[in-house]
Design a protein around this ligand. Structure first.
Ligand SMILES: C[S@@+](CC[C@H](N)C(=O)[O-])C[C@H]1O[C@@H](n2cnc3c(N)ncnc32)[C@H](O)[C@@H]1O
Length: 203
C-alpha cells in the first residue's frame, strides 16, 4: 500500500470521532436535521430492502427505519469505529452493518431504496459517477436513490460547511445530475439550500 493510499485509509477510518460526531456535525452543518428529514421524506414509503451508503453512527438509518417499518437495512461505512455506535442502536435482525468503502463493490441487490447522507462527497467526481452506475445496478427497476449531501454551491459565497482538503470533495448539483442521468437515472433536485442538496433519482 502506497503512502498516499495509507493516509487516505487512515483519514477515512479516524476523521470522525464517534463519541463527539453528533454534536460536531450539527455545529458544522446547522441544517443537518433538516437535510436528514428531507432525505427521509424523499425516500417514499414501503421499501422492503434498503442500502445505506456511509451509515456512520446511524443518524440517517434511524429515520429510514422509522419511515419504512417493514424494511431490512444494509449499511456500509469505511469506519468500524462509527459503525460500532450504530450497531448498539439497532436490532440485528433488521440492520446489517458492514465495513466497506463506497469505491468497492456494493452489497448484492436488488434494493428498493439506496440512500446516503453526507458521505458521497468524500469521493471525487469520477468516483461519484462510477458509484452512481453501481447504485443503478443494485436497485430494482423503478427503485429510488436518494442522495443528501454537501455540494459546490452555485454562488461561492454560499459555501458554509467546513471542508477538509483531500477528504471532502463536493461536486455541483449540475454535475451530479449529469452523472446520474448517464447511469440511467431520472434525477431531480428535491431540496437545495446553499451548499446542501437532496437529489432524488429513479432507476
Ligand atoms: C458525515 S458522516 C455521515 C454519516 C450519516 N450518514 C449521517 O448523516 O450522520 C460520513 C460517513 O461517511 C463515511 N465515509 C467517508 N468516506 C467513505 C468511503 N470512501 N467509503 C465508505 N464510507 C465513507 C465516514 O466514515 C462517515 O461515517
Amino acid at each position: 500500500v502506497g503512502e498516499e493510499q495509507l493516509r487516505r485509509r487512515l483519514e477515512g477510518q479516524f476523521h470522525f470521532d464517534p463519541s463527539t460526531y453528533e454534536q460536531e456535525i450539527r455545529a458544522e452543518v446547522p441544517q443537518f436535521d433538516r437535510l436528514q428529514r428531507v432525505l427521509a421524506s424523499a425516500s417514499g414509503a414501503g421499501a422492503a430492502r434498503i442500502l445505506e451508503l456511509g451509515t456512520g453512527t446511524g443518524e440517517t438509518s434511524a429515520l429510514l427505519l422509522d419511515r419504512h417499518p417493514e424494511a431490512l437495512l444494509v449499511g456500509i461505512d469505511s469506519s468500524e469505529n462509527m459503525l460500532a455506535v450504530a450497531r448498539e442502536a439497532f436490532p440485528r435482525d433488521r440492520v446489517d452493518l458492514r465495513v466497506a468503502r463506497l469505491e468497492d463493490e456494493l452489497p448484492p441487490g436488488p434494493f428498493d431504496l439506496v440512500a446516503s447522507a453526507l458521505a458521497v462527497h468524500h469521493l471525487d467526481g469520477p468516483d461519484k459517477a462510477e458509484l452512481f452506475s453501481r447504485v443503478a445496478g443494485a436497485l430494482r427497476a423503478g427503485g429510488l436513490f436518494v442522495l443528501a449531501d454537501v455540494v459546490v454551491p452555485i454562488d461561492p459565497a454560499d459555501a458554509d460547511v467546513p471542508l477538509t482538503p483531500g477528504y471532502d470533495k463536493p461536486s455541483s448539483v449540475a454535475d451530479q445530475l449529469r452523472w446520474l442521468a448517464a447511469a440511467g437515472f431520472d434525477a431531480s433536485v428535491r431540496w437545495a439550500d446553499g451548499d446542501l442538496a437532496v437529489i432524488v433519482a429513479r432507476s
